[in-house]
Design a protein around this ligand. Structure first.
Ligand code: HEC
Length: 194
């Protein structure tokens, strides 16, 4: 073997050894590689909601036309809708607005802004469409702080109207018993009308 051939063999063996070594040191050296999952860009739920593409048409039809005021409620408040609303409320709203919808949810107290009492007159005197817009767009303070997150990504248009129909039943139960003894217990446990 010439010197050159021997050199080539040595290099080949060295490369092979290095390659085998790298297989085992791969997890020790920890070189970030583009395909590693933890360094890929990702979005957490509700983080930077993507805007709807321009000129796109919602498959459910337009929920409302911006600038044209609150929409009217197209979903009749039948037992099915109210029951759907009750279930959706217990998934999407209860953490903040509480099981009694009085604004005392589990995390409600930890928020900078106290969630509204949904059984009270302030909310109940608003038209269905206003509640729908609140659920859809959330509530933003003048300083840009989010008081209540927009839930249009969590609830379909139909879902939102169901929740509105359910919220209406909370008032009905609370004010249905003003003549009798309106104790704290009766006002505190608004059960949805069937
Ligand atoms: C992250 C907590 C949070 C969640 C979840 C949440 N809300 Fe709210 N909501 C708030 C807070 C806080 C306010 C009061 C904001 C303020 O006073 O500026 C509020 C206010 C409201 C109001 C009163 C609006 C008004 O104009 O008086 C309505 C109605 C309402 N929420 C409905 C809902 C419904 C329905 C859901 C579920 C679909 C929901 N919210 C989910 C925190 C939340």
């Amino acid at each position: 073997m010439s010197f050159l051939q021997r050199l080539l063999v040595v290099i080949a063996v060295a490369v092979l050894l290095f390659g085998v070594l790298m297989i085992f040191s791969f997890d020790i050296i920890k070189i970030d590689w583009v395909s590693f999952m933890e360094i890929q860009p990702s979005f957490k739920p509700m983080e930077h909601p993507l805007p709807v593409a321009a000129r796109s048409i919602p498959i459910e039809g337009a929920a409302y036309i911006p600038g044209q005021g609150a929409p009217s409620n197209p979903v009749p408040a039948d037992p099915v809708s109210v029951e759907r609303g009750r279930i959706l409320y217990s998934v999407t709203c209860i953490q903040c607005h509480g099981p009694k919808a009085d604004g005392n949810g589990v995390i409600g107290g930890a928020l900078m802004f106290q969630p509204a009492n949904l059984t009270g007159d302030v909310v109940q005197n608003k038209p269905d469409g206003a509640l729908f817009l609140t659920i859809s767009n959330g509530i933003q303070g003048t300083g840009g702080q989010i008081h209540m997150p927009a839930l249009n990504e969590n609830l379909t248009v139909r879902d939102r109207w169901d929740v509105v129909n359910y919220i209406r039943t909370l008032k009905a139960t609370v004010t249905a018993t003003p003549t009798s003894t309106t104790t704290a217990a009766t006002t505190a446990t608004p059960t949805p009308k069937p």
